[in-house]
Design a protein around this ligand. Sequence first.
Ligand SMILES: [Zn+2]
Length: 229
Amino acid sequence: MRTFVFFGDKQCDYRSLMANQKDFYAKDRLIPLSHTVIAEQVASDKVYLCSIKDNGAGTRSHPQIQGVDALITTLPNQYILIRTADCFPVLFEDKKQRVVAAVHSGREGTRLNLIGKTLNFLKEKLGIMSQDLIAYIGAGICGKHYTVDEATWKFYNEWMEQQGFSVGKVPFGHIDLRSGITQQLIAAGIPSNQIVHKNICTFESPLYFSYRRDKTDNRQICLIGLINE
Ligand SMILES: [Zn+2]
């Protein structure tokens, strides 16, 4: 068993995937639509463990996994997919190749510590310890370019501080999601040398979709799966 990890940019976009409804290439690997699982992504803190019946969710006539923003699978050849355009995709690989997870962590997901909840689910329900995991933080908007109104900023900061997370050295009205996510990974037991940062700001890079820059409804896709071959 091995793990396949893929971070897309504009070259592998969600709207084309939905329009074509065909198997697609992620890097040089053909991903069968019938083995892909897509969540609704409603900025919740809900975690979902996929089963075999979820294969194909979010494509053709098969509904998305409703109300969740984090997917986990232990099944070989099932690809869990996250789509983003400024929010952060976070993928988890298990060194022992037993499980993979994919999380959509935007402002709400980060405020609610969906990262911590996903890692707690892995520990409590599946016995997977954080020290065995590698976390990949994909492209998302940086603290310099992510600004919100005062009430939203205060609300986010209060929640983060109540949970013991620093909001970092950002100016008034700015939110550094990557910093929050990184702290949540470390607090949940992921060693810092097992956190892989893409360090790409979607707002800055023309290679990526950015909702804040373009008001686009398109998204880059990221996926992860265990491959048994
Ligand atoms: Zn930026």
